[in-house]
Design a protein around this ligand. Structure first.
Ligand SMILES: Cc1cc2nc3c(=O)[nH]c(=O)nc-3n(C[C@H](O)[C@H](O)[C@H](O)COP(=O)(O)O)c2cc1C
Length: 492
């Protein structure tokens, strides 16, 4: 045994992180641009299309001028024309064409058109979008699957953006497009249940937290991601419905959305194309006035409650003449009122004969402002939200650094104690070994002497016994010889 070689205690080596403030503690406070293919909006705000004349060239151009995406809503747009009741289809097309041109004349910003898949003149209006080369067409209220003139849209460089309420709907559209057109849409709008207007949710889903915008956005992003890889281009997801402040925008963009779609906020602007009385309904309404209605087209919708809606809820029927079946799903004979007419009346400020669609946050509107002021306010709120988030992260970081420092001290103390223990151990080991060695050395001569004595004793005993046997044998031989045995004779 090698007494000098005792087991060593290995002291652990701890790599301590270097204390450097990370770059993200000084994050970018400006809103990022929204990029869809070769289109670029300086601020990632899409003004949601608001049908029956609420968002026309006036609002769309103002939003585009402020850096966002301005959107003209095409459904029942012909109601702003004098001859809608004579020829609704022609009026729709003429009005849409002229509004796109009016918007173009006012801005070089991004101008889109919102088109409901469910309208009966969908294809004619889409043709106008292609001919007028709108920058984007947003396709909502139904899934844009069959008969989409993808080649013509591509040739006119019109970006196509479906509006969905779930990841499942996005997947359906994208897989269908890939199969039928060998192409996919350029971006997606996901609209949550707090939006104004018709909603793509069942009534029981509207207040269910599982369908909240924050919950459905990641699902939609996950559904389009594989198509981004397959088609080699980003497919931005734009989220809307209840987005009211710059802080809301910050929250939604952090989920991975590339832009937001706002409706309610843009109604409460000077440039919104509705009558001031429509906008005033937003300023006046209280939270409890914002209700879910069942629209004659069979979908739930969110609106500001008023005597017209109360009357309808009590079962009253407003007689009307349906000039043409503008909406595929509308049964004019069974409908209590004409939704296009009611919305057109409201747009013109005649709220006794109609009602205002509005988002769940409309009760927060307290004044009508210019679009530029609204967008600047959103930018400032966004910057403040970024700063607040950075501050809370930096507070957390400072806390972590403090904890790290105290851990470092604890580690130092533990290390010193370990050193002491090692010394104690070495000392104890050396003492023990020395003692054992001494015991061994003391024990050795004694042991040798004892062994030798034992050996000699055994040896003498053995020799005596052998000698005894030898002498007995000699005596026996002597006896034989004395008896006449000739030991020299030859044996016979
Ligand atoms: C008055 C009004 C009319 C609307 N009309 C339409 C429409 O015709 N087509 C459509 O896709 N969305 C329509 N919407 C929904 C908006 O485009 C937008 O997605 C929604 O309002 C966003 O929610 P927010 O109002 O909470 O911002 C309408 C919304 C409002 C408030």
């Amino acid at each position: 045994m090698d007494f000098n070689n005792f087991p060593k205690i290995q002291l652990p080596k701890l790599q301590l992180p270097r204390l450097e403030l990370p770059e993200w503690l000084a994050p970018k406070k400006d809103l990022p641009p929204l990029v869809i293919g070769d289109l670029r909006a300086a601020v990632p705000i899409v003004q949601g299309g608001m049908g029956v004349g609420i968002s026309l060239a006036g609002l769309a151009a103002a939003v585009a001028e402020a850096g966002g995406v301005g959107v003209i809503a095409a459904n029942a747009i012909g109601m702003i024309e004098p001859d809608y009741y004579a020829d609704g289809r022609a009026a729709d097309q003429r009005a849409l064409r002229s509004e796109i041109r009016r918007a173009r004349a006012r801005t070089r910003g991004v101008i889109g058109v919102n088109l409901m898949v469910a309208v009966n003149d969908f294809h004619e209006l889409l043709q106008v979008v292609v001919e007028e080369r709108a920058d984007i067409v947003f396709l909502g209220a139904g899934l844009p699957l069959r008969g989409i003139p993808v080649a013509a849209l591509r040739a006119a460089n019109v970006k196509v953006v479906p509006i969905v309420s779930s990841g499942r709907a996005a997947r359906l559209i994208f897989t269908h497009w890939r199969k039928s057109y060998g192409d996919v849409p350029d971006a997606v709008v996901v609209e949550g249940p707090l939006a104004g207007g018709h909603l793509g949710f069942k009534p029981e889903q509207i207040d269910d937290p599982a369908f909240a915008l924050e919950r459905i956005v990641p699902g939609v992003i996950a559904e389009v991601r594989p198509f981004e890889a397959e088609f080699g281009r980003p497919i931005p997801v734009i989220a809307g419905g209840g987005v009211y402040t710059g802080a809301d925008m910050h929250r939604i963009l952090r989920l991975g959305a590339r832009g937001v779609q706002l409706g309610t906020r843009f109604v409460a602007t000077d440039e919104c194309d509705a009558d001031p009385r429509f906008k005033e309904a937003y300023v006046r309404c209280r939270k409890e006035d914002i209700v879910i209605i069942k629209s004659p087209v069979g979908l739930p919708g969110r609106a500001i409650r008023n005597p017209f809606l109360d009357e309808v809820a009590r079962g009253a029927r407003r007689s009307f003449r349906c000039p043409w079946r503008c909406l595929e799903s509308c049964d004019a004979r069974a409908a209590a009122y004409c939704i296009s007419l009611a919305l057109d009346n409201a747009r013109q400020g005649r709220l006794d004969d109609g009602f205002a669609f509005a988002g769940a946050n409309a009760h927060r509107v307290d004044r009508i402002v210019p679009v530029r002021e609204l967008v600047d306010g959103l930018k400032a709120e966004y910057a403040a939200a970024v700063e607040a988030a950075a501050r809370s992260i930096s507070d957390e970081y400072v806390r972590l650094v403090e904890r790290w420092k105290s851990l470092k001290d604890e580690y130092g103390t533990a290390l010193a104690r370990l050193g002491e223990l090692r010394n104690e151990y070495e000392r104890a080991w050396n003492q023990r070994i020395a003692r054992l060695k001494k015991d061994y050395e003391n024990a050795w001569p004694e042991k040798i002497a004892a062994l030798r004595a034992e050996y000699e004793g055994a040896w003498n005993e053995k020799v005596a016994a052998v000698r005894e046997q030898y002498e007995a044998a000699v005596a026996a031989l002597e006896q034989l010889r004395a008896g006449g045995l000739d030991l020299q004779a030859e044996p016979r």
